[in-house]
Design a protein around this ligand. Structure first.
Ligand code: GUN
Length: 279
């Protein structure tokens, strides 16, 4: 039977509307600074989408578009300025940065109270403990999609493919907090197919087009596709071979229109949270 498609656009619109209503109801004055260095076209699209979401929610957005030659010192100076700016509640430095800039150093410079991506080691540590203000945006978006489909994670076999700091590792933590039995797979995993076939909930965060095929998926599994890739035809596609996997899964997220819009909606939520913990 064909899977039910989880509509990330609809769920994200609902989350953003809740954020908008909260800001209106509580009369909050919320600001997000978005920093982009260089002219990576994908990053430009993401940054524009983040600015649009701010408009929808009633959050002021401040864009800092810096040239690719920006030095580390200049970027760190900007972060310091934004850390001290009372109108800025959240700071987001779009990744990846040009190669001559040390991403870790830049992220660590952001005040943890303004780190709406939850990338700072202090916030990552809180996620690990389970006592956190900021949710990691993409994993939190995946959890919202799972909940929106009425799925209870407790006791389920959860397999995450990918161990990045941004998605794979925090995703595993959020599933664990909800009492999933979690396995994290990566490029050295032996017998990946067999491990994936155990999953009741399979999260693909590999960054390779059409990596997950139907033979890797258990009948009736819930499949969450975090990938945003360009296929050979130049079209956007996920990490999951949608046409064949959707014949086997019970629920599946599409690309585009699945996890992508959720990341931005959760960022809006974090920005309001930032305002709250700063006041
Ligand atoms: N690059 C890809 N995803 C993200 C994200 O969620 N936040 C930031 N800052 N950069 C990214």
């Amino acid at each position: 039977m064909a899977a039910q498609i989880i509509d990330g656009k609809a769920v994200s619109a609902k989350v953003k509307e809740e954020v908008r209503q909260q800001i209106e109801r509580e009369g909050l004055d919320v600001g997000l600074a978005v920093v982009i260095v260089g002219d990576d076209p994908a990053s430009r699209v993401y940054v524009n989408n983040k600015k649009k979401a701010c408009e929808v929610c009633g959050i002021k957005s401040y864009e800092y578009a810096l040239p690719a030659e920006t030095t580390e010192e200049e970027l760190l100076e900007l972060v310091d300025t934004l850390n001290a700016d009372k109108n800025v509640n959240g700071i987001l430095v779009q990744l990846p940065l040009p190669k001559h800039l040390n991403e870790e150093k830049v992220i660590e410079r952001i005040s943890p109270m303004k780190d709406v991506d939850a990338f700072h080691a202090a916030n990552v540590g809180k996620i690990m403990i389970g006592n956190y203000a900021f949710l990691p945006c993409t994993p939190a978006g995946c959890m919202e999609l799972i909940h929106s489909a009425g799925i209870d994670v407790s006791g389920k076999e959860c397999v995450v493919i990918g161990r990045s700091n941004i998605v794979g590792k925090p995703m595993a933590m959020l599933l664990l907090h909800e009492n999933g039995t979690v396995t994290v797979c990566h490029s050295r995993t032996k017998d990946l197919k067999e491990v994936c076939r155990r999953a009741d909930i399979l999260v693909a965060a590999v960054g390779r087009a059409n990596f997950v095929t139907a033979d890797m998926v258990k009948d009736g599994a819930v499949v969450i596709d975090v990938g945003i890739n360009r296929g050979e035809d130049g079209k956007l596609c996920g990490d999951v071979k949608f046409d064949e996997v959707s014949e086997k899964a019970s629920f599946i997220t599409p690309v585009p229109g699945g996890v992508g819009p959720m990341t931005i909606a959760m960022l809006m939520k974090n920005t309001v949270m930032a305002k709250k913990i700063q006041s």
